[in-house]
Design a protein around this ligand. Sequence first.
Ligand code: SAM
Length: 327
Amino acid sequence: MKISPVEQLFTLFNETALMLQEELACSYLEALAETGENLFQGAILQKELSELTVKRLKKQYEEIHLDNFSNEDIRKSFQLVILKGMKDNVQPNHQMTPDSVGMLFGYLVEKFMTQPSFRLLDPAVGTGNLLTTVLNHSQKKVTSVGVEIDDILIKLAYVNANLQGHPIQFFNQDSLESLFIEPVDTVIADLPIGYYPNDTRAADYQLVAAEGHSYSHHLFIEQSVRHTLPGGYLFFLVPNGLFESEQAPQLHEFIKEHLFIQGLLQLPTSMFKSKNSGKSILILQKKGEGVQPPKQALLVNLPSLSNAVEMDKILTKMENWFQENKG
Ligand code: SAM
């Protein structure tokens, strides 16, 4: 039986990560970052391994030539091994963005960003899965920046980017602290949802809560807007209840002052564990001189992605909207 390229890479990542995990006495995800880095550097970088393990690792790496794999093969296989590692260590707000969402972001970014080259920021880059899905779907020249607070996730993102040959600039820090980056044309983010514990820092934001902790997803939106050029687009994965929480009136005000809502695409409930955990893609544009709001915002309830007939209708609706508003 023929093994697919994704399976072939999955097996390599998994087996070599297991070897490293055992000898380095670290987590599976840490071992995965180590093996990815070895593969990228073409060397075994860990000094404390036994001769036998070095020999076994070398043999496995020699069987694989990365040039024979597409970026999407590399991304998908890396995604599968990360998912395996995340199963042992479930952290709801650290979850990787699934493929289905990544594809939609890829489609939208490609449609909205019509210039031949642009700068993109993902301030909650995690494992880099969403960011590299978008990059792999783009025909344009994209310079990108990723920021992430978790040091294991950003290491995975960095290895993921290296293996796919994407020159992404990474920052391992709290995105709500000062960001030392050049302004960008577009932002994408699968936002971390919940309260931001640092009230002192939150006080620097217009979207600080009147009482108690502020919503980190609101602050992330404000921080992203600060770093976007006038006229730039922002794409966020947000909870369906974003505009219904007790802190929503402030968010409405903020949006009215700085942004135009370009679209809101509600994802099918079948993609989520419960109705309450449903999410949407919110598309915003930063106001600026000469920037006009759309005639009508793109409002879509996406059907189950496996429903080809309904999906086709929605895609036609979206294509028509782009022609009327962006053509
Ligand atoms: N798109 C990512 C991917 O494909 O792996 C997943 C994003 S995940 C839903 C949200 C990410 O935000 C997590 O990786 C989490 O560690 C990160 N995060 C949460 N609070 C943060 C903060 N204050 N600064 C930077 N990153 C943060």
